[in-house]
Ligand binder design. Structure first.
Ligand code: CMX
Length: 436
């Protein structure tokens, strides 16, 4: 069975579970909301449902019930390479089943057939001021393709059936995802490589073709596969995933929804932190002026950052309470890669890892003093020659698209309604506080 048929079967198996919960157990309480949570960004309020991934505060992310290592181990690797294809992972996220090598090949072929970026998207990118942020370019390119939407066409067809709405959503999510490597690489080479472009290679998978179009040699193809998979999903409450889900809940199509999610990812407290880490590190190195970094100097620079009212990028998390396993996975990649393990920037990032948790603990504000995914990802990019850190959040965005598009396909499959939490006034909170 191919991906779409397997997904259909999974959806049909799953629907009665959701229907039963709503019909027979809809009034079972799963949490309560405090004033602190209402004002404080709904932290820990349990009001979203997804089966694509789950984030345990102590353990970190599991994709479809599997840890990062288990995920990499269960998926077929690209022949001759160290990592699975993004296409195999897409199959896994959508269905919860690891594809066979043959099934993964079929998805790779399907992606290829959908990967051509329309010329007008290139025209839109070229029309933007060249100093636009790459995330603004990426988001604009995605929303520009809205006219291709199969979901919107289906909605307007007069034959809209909620039970079938997942199909056009699945189709256009795949259409969109398949084009993102070429869009990302185009932005990169237009902005930073003299506007010299490298045509797509139809023999390569998602990650391999991205590396090829970026103009970066192996093993950057494996780095791309690892990076996109690690950044794909972090359950539903983070800004990019939640925004994509929220916008899609109004029956907006995948283009509108993903573009919105990407705009959320562009914030410095979210995905942009991976650029900020490199900006911070480079700024620190410049100040050192060639002197050897020491733990004392790092500690001072971290305190300077905190005392100037800024956050330490790449540290802290709203849910996690330990070192992010996505950080650890990338750190292990560095430690196991000849050249990278002794790379000065990696050594510096490792030194920051030794010092920053202590500084944040001493400051006593951050609930989690440990590093998140963003503290480690830029070093690897830098090592392989992608040093334009303004671009790093686009890499995150390509990865994040995999998870959020799988999620909105399932949102439509399970008929989730428009999202509409209730707001209250400050006076109401004051009254409840007085009455408590
Ligand atoms: N440096 C300095 N202060 C930090 C901090 C950090 N890395 N992390 C948290 N704090 C501060 C918060 O700003 C907050 O201060 P105020 O009370 O003055 O507002 C206080 O500690 C409590 O925050 P928290 O409950 O621990 O963390 P939040 O859930 O509010 O925020 C996050 C989570 C990620 C936004 C925050 O840790 C942060 O700003 N980290 C740095 C940016 C970053 O790395 N973001 C990437 C996260 C992963 C991703 O989405 O890509």
């Amino acid at each position: 069975m191919g991906l779409k048929e397997t997904l259909k079967q999974k959806i049909e198996e799953h629907r009665p579970r959701t229907a039963k919960l709503m019909k027979e157990h809809g009034d079972v309480k799963i949490g309560e909301v405090t004033i602190e949570q209402a004002i404080g960004g709904a932290r820990s309020v349990k009001c979203l449902v997804t089966d694509i991934s789950y984030l345990d505060p102590e353990e970190g992310i599991r994709f479809r019930g599997k840890t990062i290592d288990e995920t990499f181990a269960c998926l077929p690797k690209v022949p001759g390479k160290g990592y699975p294809s993004v296409e195999a992972f897409w199959y896994f996220l959508l269905t919860g089943e690891a594809p066979t090598a043959q099934q993964a090949e079929e998805v790779i072929a399907d992606f290829k057939a959908r990967s051509q970026v329309p010329q007008y998207v290139i025209d839109v990118l070229r029309a933007l001021p060249r100093d636009s942020h790459p995330m603004a370019m990426f988001s604009a390119a995605i929303v520009a393709m809205q006219r291709e939407s199969k979901f919107s066409a289906y909605y307007k067809s007069g034959k809209f059936n909620k039970m079938n709405a997942w199909e056009p959503m699945y189709e256009e999510s795949t259409d969109l995802l398949a084009k993102l490597p070429a869009i990302g690489a185009y932005i990169y080479r237009m902005k930073y490589k003299g506007d010299q472009h490298i045509p797509s290679n139809p023999d390569l998978d998602f990650g391999g073709n991205f590396a090829h179009m970026m103009g970066v040699d192996a093993p950057y193809d494996d780095v791309a596969r690892m990076y996109f998979i690690l950044h794909s999903d972090h359950e539903s409450g983070n800004v990019s995933a939640h925004t994509t889900h929220l916008v899609a809940s109004a029956l907006s199509d995948a283009y509108y929804s993903l573009s919105a999610g990407i705009n959320g990812l562009a914030g410095p407290l979210h995905g942009l932190a991976n650029e900020e880490v490199l900006r911070w590190t480079q700024g620190f190195m410049e100040k050192l002026g060639g002197a050897e970094p020491t733990e004392e100097l790092i500690e001072k620079a971290l305190w300077d950052t905190l005392n100037s009212g800024q956050v330490i990028p790449g540290y802290g998390h709203a849910v996690l309470r330990k070192t992010d396993p996505r950080y650890t996975s990338q750190r292990e990649f560095c430690l196991n890669t000849e050249g990278l393990k002794d790379y000065p920037l990696f050594k510096l990032v490792s030194m920051i890892y030794k010092v920053a948790p202590g500084v944040l603990t001493k400051q006593g504000k951050a609930k989690n003093p440990w590093p998140n995914v963003d503290a480690q990802s830029g070093v690897i990019q830098w090592y392989y020659g992608v040093t334009e850190y303004d671009f790093y959040t686009v890499l995150f965005g390509i990865g994040r698209a995999i998870g959020v598009l799988a999620n909105i396909t399932w949102d439509r499959a399970l008929g989730y309604p428009i999202e509409r939490p209730k707001s209250v006034t400050t006076a109401m909170l004051e009254k409840w506080a007085a009455d408590a």
